[in-house]
Design a protein around this ligand. Structure first.
Ligand SMILES: [Zn+2]
Length: 72
């Protein structure tokens, strides 16, 4: 069964939810029950990818090469 990771836009809670098909319109935040959640598949991919996470997503968002002076 497909499990996706979601983040609540209201409180920032991150949680995993089983999703059947594309029917994830009624998924609620585990903490505050808000329906304002977004799927964060990209971060799941980064997690499984390993150590590249912080360098590319937060340390330097302004360059695409990942090798500019602010990346290091
Ligand atoms: Zn929430």
């Amino acid at each position: 069964m497909p499990i996706f990771e979601f983040q609540c836009k209201e409180c920032g809670e991150v949680f995993e939810e089983l999703v059947f098909g594309n029917n994830y319109g009624d998924i609620k935040c585990k903490r505050c029950k808000s329906l304002q959640v977004q799927k964060i598949m990209s971060q799941v991919a980064f997690k499984s990818g390993g150590k590249f996470v912080s360098a590319s997503s937060s340390a330097c968002g302004s360059c695409s090469s990942g090798a500019c002076s602010s990346c290091k």
